[in-house]
Design a protein around this ligand. Structure first.
Ligand SMILES: *[C@@H]1O[C@H](CO)[C@@H](O)[C@H](O)[C@H]1NC(C)=O
Ligand SMILES: *[C@@H]1O[C@H](CO)[C@@H](O)[C@H](O)[C@H]1NC(C)=O
Length: 278
């Protein structure tokens, strides 16, 4: 009788954990985050619970909540989110073309997977604004709105492993031109506010030439959604900041995979000096 009892307990635990990190719970909590960022403070009606150990990280710097972007209101023109029920996390892109201070922000929310209701444990954001790599919030808004990141029919979905491998190959190829990247045709990259698909919307314009030095794209953090075929990879982008060719600047790559092939890439990258000195 002993083994079945253990199995039952394990099964119950597993059910419990996945119920807390359901797609709908992650979606509700992420909507509460967006409302919070819009208002610059958590809404009084919000049901978002915070872990006592909540950490806020922006552009690789840990900040108190009061010093973070979350504590200032931002008029958001557009947002898109996807959900990782395995990692108990979500990804959100936010674009604000507000004249006072335009922003494009990519955010990873991580939730404590051990509690019955979701508790926000980490907000990790790449916050870009004027002077960052090819920054143009209006361009970003224009192009992202035109893309389709809808749910992929169940029979056509890729596994987490395939989606992640496609994203990793793209980042690996920056430092090693022999890496084969599974690009679709068409494939378009939105880099800051610049869109490779503007001039040739029917071709693969995602290919990157070789960088002038070998690079290793490290510090990768992932949020993966099989339903949308999406992976978000936060990472350290080496070489780009001209004064620090051996350093790494905070960067985000948001990738949509269809049938195993990369269809869209969004990149936002933070520069220490205007346009990374380039
Ligand atoms: C918060 O951090 C403390 C110290 O590391 C730890 O003992 C505690 O379990 C954490 N609480 C939660 C809810 O994660
Ligand atoms: C570059 O990529 C190729 C193909 O994946 C691989 O065989 C090779 O080991 C890589 N080179 C380095 C230096 O990582």
């Amino acid at each position: 009788m002993h083994p079945p009892t253990i199995l039952t307990a394990t099964a119950l635990l597993a059910t419990h954990a996945s119920a807390a990190c359901s797609r709908s719970a992650l979606s509700d909590a992420t909507a509460a985050y967006i409302a919070w960022q819009t208002a610059g403070s958590p809404s009084s009606t919000s049901t978002l619970s915070l872990s006592p150990n909540l950490t806020i990280t922006e552009n690789d710097v840990s900040l108190p909540l009061t010093k973070s972007t979350l504590s200032q209101p931002i008029a958001i023109d557009f947002s898109r989110s996807f959900y990782d029920t395995v990692a108990c996390a979500s990804f959100t892109e936010l674009a604000s073309t507000a004249k006072t201070h335009p922003y494009v922000i990519h955010t990873h929310l991580f939730f404590d997977p051990t509690t019955d209701t979701l508790k926000l444990s980490s907000v990790d954001s790449v916050v870009t604004d004027d002077g960052d790599w090819v920054f143009d919030a209006s361009g970003y808004l224009k192009w992202t709105k035109q893309e389709k990141w809808d749910a992929i029919p169940e029979a056509k979905r890729n596994t987490r492993a395939v989606i992640k491998a496609a994203g990793d190959a793209y980042l690996d190829q920056w430092g090693n031109s022999s890496v084969q990247v599974p690009f679709a045709t068409p494939c378009a990259r939105l880099e800051g506010g610049a869109y490779t698909g503007e001039r040739s919307p029917t071709t693969n314009s995602c290919k990157m030439g070789a960088f002038p030095q070998p690079l290793k794209v490290a510090n990768r953090r992932y949020v993966i959604d099989e339903e949308v075929g999406a992976v978000s990879i936060f990472n350290g982008f080496p070489w780009l900041e001209k004064s620090k060719p051996d350093g790494a600047t905070p960067s985000s790559n948001q990738i949509r995979v269809e049938g195993g092939l990369i269809r869209y890439i969004h990149e936002v990258t933070v520069c220490e000096t205007k346009r990374c000195g380039r």
